[in-house]
Design a protein around this ligand. Structure first.
Ligand SMILES: [Fe+2]
Length: 374
């Protein structure tokens, strides 16, 4: 009888130990998730009025991101410094010290984007958070992510060469995100897809970038991972988001183009949580409703060399501990002549949460929308 009682006591203690261990593990996981950096942003932000940019700024207050990203056309209609100070500054300006902007075509309505650079860098100051005013592109790291702000309004071989060198130098970074104004792919009825950023896509795909963020079309759209030609590529493709929803008048959608997964035309901001080798996204409207959400995994592995004719020069294998085993392998097609094809692996299967589509139902803000069309 005594032995049976001792065994029961042991079993009870063992169960209690297991339950406590599971509880501690869950707490650690929650802590690790909650500690990962959050970024948020939008493009096409401030009309020349006290408009919805104040509501999207309130959203940013509630999200409290580590960095605020802008996807161009920060201040309408001409990017004048006085307008930045009058309309952008009282809204999104309160995040200025943690804003990492990119420029848009309207910001360049003033020669050299003078108002944009004067506002973000300081009047007459060459370099600052907006990068060198003669370039408007720069990069930085957030956690295990490499973030690249590009300038779609000043495409040049110089910028492309800088991007290639920057990607080459940061191959050890687990995940890569790039953002600029004019999207390569868009179902928008006003602007639509734009070929000017093909060189960006070619390089980003070559170096296994993960996420591209754009504005220009005043709507929100999410795409499945794609290659630079717009083909579905769930293994190594780049996921593009358009969030031209910061406050300017909204645009309608045309017919959905290939790989478009979610579309809605309403004001809001895109929130990204940057995990070590994956990311979560949410598109939140100005009523604080999450209209779209999901998760994706970063492409990890060796990048193809950027130097024509030479072999791979470095390996991008920052595989962290405790990740699930890779589920797929692939051999990428070399994009440069004479470059061998390194076999790469990618960790877990992409997952998309709440894939519900809301097909273009633009909130009517007629005058603003029409006025700000290009
Ligand atoms: Fe634009």
């Amino acid at each position: 009888m005594k032995l049976i009682f001792q065994k029961i006591i042991k079993i009870v203690l063992l169960v209690m130990f297991l339950l406590i261990s599971l509880f501690e593990l869950k707490n650690l996981q929650v802590f690790a998730q909650s500690g990962d950096p959050v970024i948020a942003g939008a493009g096409d932000i401030s009309p020349r009025s006290n408009g919805p940019q104040f509501q999207t700024a309130n959203l940013l207050d509630s999200i409290n991101p580590a960095f605020v990203l802008t996807f161009g056309d920060n201040q309408y209609p001409d990017g004048i410094l006085a307008d930045f100070n009058t309309y952008y500054h009282p809204s999104w300006g309160r995040f200025k010290s943690r804003t990492r902007p990119s420029t848009g075509n309207h910001d360049y309505h003033t020669p050299g984007g003078a108002g944009y650079f004067d506002y973000f860098n300081g009047v007459g100051v060459n370099s600052g958070v907006a990068g060198d005013r003669s370039k408007g592109y720069y990069s930085y790291n957030v956690g295990s992510w490499h973030l690249i702000a590009l300038n779609s309004e000043a495409m040049s071989s110089t910028q492309n060469a800088w991007l290639a060198a920057d990607l080459q130098a940061n191959q050890g970074t687990a995940c890569t995100l790039a953002y600029w104004h004019e999207p390569r792919f868009s179902s928008g009825a006003v602007h639509g897809s734009n070929n000017r950023s093909v060189p960006f896509w070619d390089l980003l795909y070559q170096y296994k970038a993960d996420v591209v963020l754009n504005g220009h079309d005043h709507l929100y759209e999410r795409f499945a991972p794609q290659n630079p030609s717009g083909g579905s590529d769930p293994t190594n493709g780049i996921r593009e988001f358009i969030a031209g929803t910061g406050g300017a008048g909204l645009y309608a959608f045309g017919s959905p183009i290939a790989n478009s997964q979610f579309r809605v035309s309403t004001h809001g901001v895109l929130k990204l949580t940057l995990h070590q080798t994956s990311y979560d996204w949410q598109f939140i409207n100005i009523n604080s409703q999450v209209l779209d959400s999901g998760s994706g995994n970063c492409v990890m592995g060796s990048a193809v060399t950027s130097t024509p004719g030479s072999g791979p020069t470095s390996t991008r294998t920052p595989t962290p501990p405790n990740l699930p085993s890779p589920t797929r392998t692939r051999t990428p097609t070399p994009t440069l002549p004479g470059v061998p094809s390194p076999t790469r692996t990618r960790t877990p299967t992409q997952s998309v949460v709440s894939p519900t589509q809301i097909v273009g139902s633009p909130t009517p803000t007629g005058n603003i929308c029409t006025y700000f069309k290009n």
